[in-house]
Design a protein around this ligand. Structure first.
Ligand SMILES: [Zn+2]
Length: 199
């Protein structure tokens, strides 16, 4: 689109590629960036580069962490007999905000979705199964989103776990079908966790 000098147009274009950012918002962000003091811009760029180079998957639960093992997996305070399985690291933040769950987590990084060519081997399922051999884990709570893919993934994984003699449960959804756990209020999440049902 004409109207801006090429380097500014390029910056707007980069912002517009980010999720949920339309052309108008991209322009606003680009103009704001131009008005920022150089030190703040440098610090912003530095934060992006640091996050990109430091953040990786926890070698146990696949949550994002700066260290080899995340703070939840390495905590002595957590109940190590229960693992809550979620789609996305942001779901962990939602559960942690409730202060009601003291077990461990496992992040799948997606759900099985043949239409989008996402198969079981694309998710962190083998990492989950590797955690279940020690006899320490007594219950796995499937907390994938209440969507068709979330349900199918939950059933698929529960079939792999049940032969190991470990209880598998599913969140009780007062959470409406199609909802996103990340945006579910804390009270509903607590109810969903308390009312979970065996699979
Ligand atoms: Zn971890």
């Amino acid at each position: 689109m004409a109207g801006f000098t090429p380097s500014l147009e390029n910056l707007i274009d980069k912002f517009a590629r980010l999720p949920s950012i339309g052309r108008k918002s991209a322009q606003r962000l680009a103009f704001y960036l131009l008005s920022m003091p150089q030190a703040e811009v440098d610090s912003f760029i530095d934060s992006i580069n640091t996050a990109r180079s430091q953040v990786h998957r926890c070698s146990v639960c696949c949550n994002f962490t700066d260290s080899d093992i995340c703070s939840i997996c390495s905590s002595k305070e957590r109940d190590r007999s229960t693992i809550c399985v979620v789609e996305d690291p942001r779901d962990i933040a939602a559960f942690e905000k409730t202060h009601e769950y003291s077990g461990l987590y496992h992040v799948l990084h997606g759900v099985i979705s043949p239409m989008n060519d996402i198969n079981p081997e694309d998710l962190c399922i083998k990492e989950l199964l590797a955690r279940l051999g020690s006899g320490e884990v007594k219950e796995v709570i499937m907390a994938t989103n209440p969507t068709v893919e979330g349900e199918a993934t939950s059933i698929y994984i529960s079939k792999l776990i049940k032969p190991l003699g470990i209880n598998v449960s599913r969140l009780a959804y007062g959470v409406p079908m199609g909802a996103d756990l990340e945006y579910t209020d804390e009270f509903t999440l607590i109810r969903a966790m308390e009312g979970r049902k065996s699979l």
